[in-house]
Design a protein around this ligand. Structure first.
Ligand code: NAD
Ligand code: MG
Length: 396
C-alpha cells in the first residue's frame, strides 16, 4: 500500500490524482490532503478519502476547517500554515508525495519531500525551473526518486533508456539519445498574429482546446510560457542542453513528446489528452495500472498535424530559451516575473501581450547570477517579483 500526500489536492492535478487513487484502494491511499484556502472543497475530499491529516495553507482558516470536518463527521488531524505544509511533505504519514501546488509556492514542500527521500511525483514545474540542480541534489541526498507528472516529461521518461532517468548520469549522448522533442498544443491562440492578441480576456486565455487545467497554467499555455518552463524542466530532469531540446506544435495533443536516437529512431508516447495517464504511470511506476482513460482511437483522430512554433508572436517561449542559455538563476527570475505578470493579467490589469514585456524587462534589469543556495535563490525570486511589480506600476 502506498500512502500518498496530495499537495494541492483541490486543484486540477490534485483532483485527477485522487480519481486514480480511488480506482485502486488496494494499492494507494490518500494519507495527506492539502489546499490553499478552499476549505469546503478540502473537507469534501476528506469525507471521501479519509486522510490522516488535512492541511490548509492559510492559518486563518484552520478553525473553519476543524469546524467543517467535525460537522461532516470526518476525524483526521488538522494543521495549517506553510511550515505545516512543508512538515507534511516530509512526514512518515506518506511515502509518496504528489507535488501539485501551483507556482513557486510549491518549492519548499517539494524540496522537503525530496530531502526526506519520498517518491516525488512532480507536477509543480515551477519548483524545478527555479531550483533545478538544488532539487535534484535533494532527491539524490534523500535517496528517493523523482517521477515527472507533467505529461511531456512523463512521456520522455517513458521513451528514454533507463540510464537516463531523472537525477542520474549526464543523459544526452548516453544510451544513444540525440534530441528531446517536446510537443505543444499551441494553446487557444495557435495561428493568431500579434494584432489579434491585443484584446484577449482572461476567460478566452483560460479556455484551452484540449486540457482542463488551473488558471495560471492555462494562461501559460496560451502565451507558450508553459512550453518554455517545460524546456527548462526537461533540461534539468534529463540533463539536456538547450540545443538538444526542440519544441514542436501538435494541436491534437495525442503525441505527448518524443525522443530521437542517433540511429534515426524516434520513440514517442501517445495517449488521449488526460492527465490521469501520466499520474497513474507515476503512481504505479514501474508497474502499470488502469487510469480510467478512454482508449486512443488513432484512425478517428487522423491525420496527426505538426508545425513549428511561432516564436515572434509567442515571445515567452523565446524568452525561456534565452533564460536557459543565460544559465544561473535566470530561469528563476523568468518564473517569478511571469507569475507576477500572469496574476496581473488574470486580475484584468495587464494586457495579454504585455506579459512577455514584463518578463523581458525583468530579465534585462537583473543579469543572471550563480545559484548559491535556496536562501539566495528565494531572495532573487523576491527581487524579480519586486522589479516586475514596479514595471507594472510604471506601465499604468
Ligand atoms: P490549480 O490551480 O488547479 O491547483 C493548485 C492547487 O495548489 C490547489 O489545490 C491550491 O489550493 C493549491 N495552492 C495554490 N496556491 C497555494 C499556496 N500559496 N500555498 C499552498 N497551496 C496552494 O493548478 P493545477 O492546474 O492543478 O496545476 C498544479 C501544478 O501542476 C502547476 O505547477 C502546473 O504547472 C502543473 N501541471 C498542471 C497540469 C494540468 O493539467 N493541470 C499539467 C501539467 C503540470
Ligand atoms: Mg505539460
Amino acid at each position: 500500500m502506498k500512502n500518498v500526500a496530495v499537495l494541492g489536492a483541490t486543484g486540477s492535478i490534485g483532483g485527477n490524482t485522487l480519481d486514480v487513487i480511488a480506482r485502486h484502494p488496494q494499492r494507494f491511499r490518500a494519507s495527506v490532503l492539502t489546499a490553499h484556502r478552499q476549505v469546503t472543497a478540502l473537507v469534501a475530499l476528506c469525507a471521501v478519502h479519509r486522510p490522516d491529516l488535512a492541511v490548509i495553507a492559510d492559518p486563518a482558516l484552520e478553525p473553519e476547517l476543524t469546524r467543517q470536518l467535525t460537522a461532516a463527521g470526518v476525524r483526521c488531524d488538522v494543521a495549517s500554515g506553510h511550515a505545516a505544509l512543508t512538515a507534511a511533505a516530509a512526514s512518515p504519514l506518506c511515502d509518496t508525495v504528489v507535488a501539485a501546488i501551483v507556482g513557486a509556492a510549491g518549492l519548499e514542500s517539494t524540496l522537503a519531500a525530496a530531502r526526506a527521500g519520498k517518491h516525488l511525483l512532480l507536477a509543480n514545474k515551477e519548483s524545478i525551473v527555479m531550483a533545478g540542480p538544488l532539487l535534484l541534489e535533494a532527491v539524490a541526498a534523500g535517496g528517493g526518486a523523482l517521477i515527472p507528472v507533467d505529461s511531456e516529461h512523463n512521456a520522455l521518461f517513458q521513451c528514454l533508456p533507463p540510464a537516463c532517468l531523472p537525477g542520474g548520469q549526464p543523459h544526452l549522448g548516453k544510451g544513444g539519445v540525440r534530441r528531446l522533442i517536446l510537443t505543444a498544443s499551441g494553446g487557444p491562440f495557435r495561428g493568431f498574429l500579434r494584432p489579434q492578441l491585443a484584446q484577449i480576456t482572461p476567460e478566452q486565455a483560460c479556455k484551452h482546446p484540449n486540457w482542463v487545467m488551473g488558471r495560471k497554467i492555462s494562461v501559460d499555455s496560451a502565451t507558450l510560457m508553459n512550453k518554455g518552463l517545460e524546456v527548462i524542466e526537461a533540461h534539468h530532469l534529463f540533463n539536456a542542453p538547450a540545443e538538444a531540446i526542440e519544441v514542436l506544435v501538435h494541436p491534437q495533443s495525442l503525441v505527448h513528446s518524443l525522443v530521437e536516437y542517433v540511429d534515426g529512431s524516434v520513440l514517442a508516447q501517445l495517449g488521449n489528452p488526460d492527465m490521469r495517464t501520466a499520474i497513474a504511470h507515476a503512481l504505479a511506476w514501474p508497474e502499470r495500472v488502469e487510469a480510467g482513460v478512454a482508449p486512443l482511437d488513432l484512425a478517428a483522430c487522423a491525420p496527426l498535424a505538426f508545425e513549428p512554433p511561432d516564436l515572434d508572436t509567442f515571445r515567452c517561449l523565446a524568452l525561456a530559451f534565452q533564460a536557459l542559455r543565460a544559465g544561473g538563476d535566470a530561469p528563476a527570475l523568468l518564473n517569478a516575473a511571469n507569475e507576477v505578470a500572469v496574476a496581473a493579467f488574470l486580475a484584468g490589469t495587464l494586457p495579454f501581450l504585455a506579459i512577455a514585456d514584463v518578463v523581458e524587462s525583468v530579465l534585462a534589469e537583473l543579469p543572471a547570477q550563480d545559484v548559491v543556495n535556496i536562501e539566495t535563490l528565494c531572495e532573487r525570486d523576491r527581487d524579480a517579483r519586486e522589479a516586475a511589480r514596479r514595471i507594472l506600476r510604471n506601465a499604468c
